[in-house]
Design a protein around this ligand. Sequence first.
Ligand SMILES: Cc1ncc(COP(=O)(O)O)c(C=O)c1O
Length: 466
Amino acid sequence: MARPRGSVDLPITLDREAGAPLREQIAEQVRAAVRERRLRPGVALPATRRLATDLGVSRGVVVEAYADLLSQGFLVTNGRSAPRVARLPGASGKASDGQHGRRAGYRFDLAPEVPDVGMFPRREWLRSLHFALETAPDQALDYGDPRGTTQLREALADYLGRTRGVIAEPSQIIVCQGSIQAIDLACRTLAADGVDRLALEDPCAHGIRHACRYAGLQAVDTPVDEHGLSLEQLLAGSAQATIVSPVHQFPTGAALSSARRRELVKWVTAQGTALVEDDYDAEYSFAGQAPPALQGAAPDRVIYIGSASKALAPAIRLGWAVFPKRLTGAAGELKEALDGGSPALEQIALAQMIAQSTYEHHIRRARAEYGRRRFALLEALARRLPWARVSGADAGLHFAMQLGRAVDSAMIESHAARRHIRVRALESFLAARSPQTSTLLLGYGRLPASSAGAAVEALADVLSAA
Ligand SMILES: Cc1ncc(COP(=O)(O)O)c(C=O)c1O
């Protein structure tokens, strides 16, 4: 029997022993499902004939139940088609507009960690997806290797070796859902390997703090200065392993100095444990070539993490972890237990983009555009707010601006948000809020060069009002 488009099966159970009429039982169960939002606004109910057959009642019973629901406002109909669930007063029917719906609606979006999703290379991605669908054998659509497709792991081993100096066999690579899952996997693998205490850069990305906590690791918050993670504090502390973002520390933007890079590699080698290297935005280096990954200096000790989020778009949700050979087996088992592997067609598409060099071409184009945006924002700041001290601007998609006076950066963040300007206070990424510093993070990923002057003018207004 034809089923109205989008109609659902109704989970209705009739109790023929109960005194209540069947028509009333049907209506009451639909009302409860609508109130509890198990049936959402707009959902089509089954045709009366089909529901009657499913429930073993006469069609008239269902017609009457629907008529009650229509008259009570729980259903709506345009006369000919099956009735649909009405929108009840007070319910928006939309997905929550909380944390995750927060991106839209800013006049100036200077969020630190986000690329311009408008630059996503749709045509190239579509071509690669086409290629994946046309060429992948049926077997590629089956459950596959939870560590990732052979094509992508091979392409990544080659690409990371060439561009970041990463030394890895494809078998050491695990394809993940963004770098955040790769960090999660690294933390859990370290915990399973006997690590209890993990040094975190302080400040650091919230996702890293969460991954550490959910892996059951104790965070050892270790300060960061203008040369990156403080090695003095790391060595004096009790951590057995650490996680760092050496090229462009998040969020300060500091680059780990060469002396500290050497010391860190020495520490992790002597310690006999692991270092997690978060290479989250190394594609975008504006002061010459980014220093190579630490992984190349200690491939047996470093878990290297990368992602396509900044190069393509966060929604691709493809990232990777390169594990030392010793940990590869355990990490692969964990990935299998977590989700059975990441989506295969997208992996094949990305592998094709890397193999065809489309990935690198796109990064080069994006780097040039972000370079223009960075320059425009720095120049506008120097003109309008000459007292502001800027740091961490050599790479990535954001830099830090010290406010240079006793202003509360969190307050600036919320004042700016009220004027539809999105900035982040660096202090919100600290383990404990420090009243001594006041620093704003300014991202240029989503700020066209032509808007830099107006954005800085608007920010200057916020600062002077505060
Ligand atoms: C420092 C850092 N690491 C990792 C991530 C996670 O990125 P993704 O999971 O999208 O690859 C982010 C997100 O912006 C980040 O700022």
